[in-house]
Design a protein around this ligand. Sequence first.
Ligand SMILES: Cc1ncc(COP(=O)(O)O)c(C=O)c1O
Length: 488
Amino acid sequence: MQLLEELITIDHQADTPIYLQITNAFIHNIRLGRLRKGLKLPGSREVADLLRINRMTMVAAYDELQAQGWIEMAPRRGTFIKKDLPILSPKRIDAVQHAFTIPGKPLFPLDERKIIPVSASEFPEAGKIIFNDGFPDSRLAPVEELIRSMRSFAKLSVHKKYLMYGGAQGTGLLRETLAEFLSDTRGLPITPGNILITRGAQMGIYLAASIVLDPGDPIIVGEPGYSGANLTFIQLGARIHSVPVDEDGINIDAVEKLCRSKKIRMVYVIPHHHNPTTVTLTPERRIRLLELSVKYKFAIIEDDYDYDFHYSSKPMMPMASLDRHGTVIYIGTLTKTLAPAIRIGFMVAPESFIRQATSLRKALDTQGDSLIENAIAGLYKDGVITRHIKKSVRLYKERRDHLCRLLQEELGRHVSFRTPEGGMSVWTQFPHTDMVKLSRAAYGKGLIIRDGTEYDTPTRKYNSVRLGFASLNFKEQEQAVDIIKRLV
Ligand SMILES: Cc1ncc(COP(=O)(O)O)c(C=O)c1O
């Protein structure tokens, strides 16, 4: 069978053993159909002569192919390529193949109100400028340092254990490092036992709300508010009560009023830079909210997703740093500090709450990626994260100022906004513009900008969007504003 000589090439210098090279070449050619199903193959001696290799090597190759299910060796009849190939023909469950497509709806009941559209892929479109919701510039992310940190962990044999199953709470090394960092920089009086590592802030919000809320339980959120958190509360079947947000943050009188009439179980706040309006909850309101949480025994989710990015003065310490009674569940994340796809976040809470959250996290997602967690701990210890924050804050402050100047000078009559003290976006109202039309037309000109309808309620239309400045350099901002200017 001369054909085999053409189909199989052997590299005597390669690291792969020769019998495996032959095995792989057979599989490759079977897959391509060059060696058809049912074909009778020559004996091992004949192939060995053809390929000029030791016969025992060919015996080993046939043994391997048989073990993997590609050939069968029938006594006295010879060696054949199998008709039922391993990967190409999985076993049917039933004997008869019925033609059907998967139904659009399952037969069992489904709560249609919970089918809230989420995009399948939100990766930035190449060639378009994007005014995103306020995300970091991923071009600056310290990816090389992270990979180096992972490599140095992976190399040490003592760290191979981190490739096995570990704890659902997150690696001890990252929790110890974070406990120190958060106590030094945010005044949180905590130990590693108070920390659960999550996949970003969103998982923290979901775990915290799942533990506290039963279906039908009332929760208070600010309006306009963060749709990602509302999505969680809707999925959990909670009853959402909205209170207004003004320039001092959420209205605490409205919170108190609701507490008097309902058994409020949870209040969700983003005190540092409220999403979407970027306002900071004042110290007076923070203290009042904490007092109310003690009086009415509700839990506070303090979502501090962009703590690192404050430009005007010193950032305000989290409410959790004042929580003597254990009512605050503090949520943080590195997805804004480093990059959204580096899915490391954390929850800080009383130890028993963290234990329950850990158990729920395990039920949802066995554990995090320990190697990445330890690599991140390495970045904290080496000062990479602190340096990265400093560098980003300096740059984002310039970008914020540049965008605000552009908005003022180029779009002054068409927009109204306040320069945000922190965060990564400018909450911008377009009082005279149809934002849906603008968004569509801008797309055609190479700019992606949201239409702001996600913030609207049945009684209020905001006509506002968040213009993310952090991920656009000056030139990109100028191009984006120029497109808007030509359209409004
Ligand atoms: C207020 C707020 N909380 C939480 C998140 C989710 O963050 P993560 O990507 O870390 O899950 C976001 C994302 O933009 C956010 O704006």
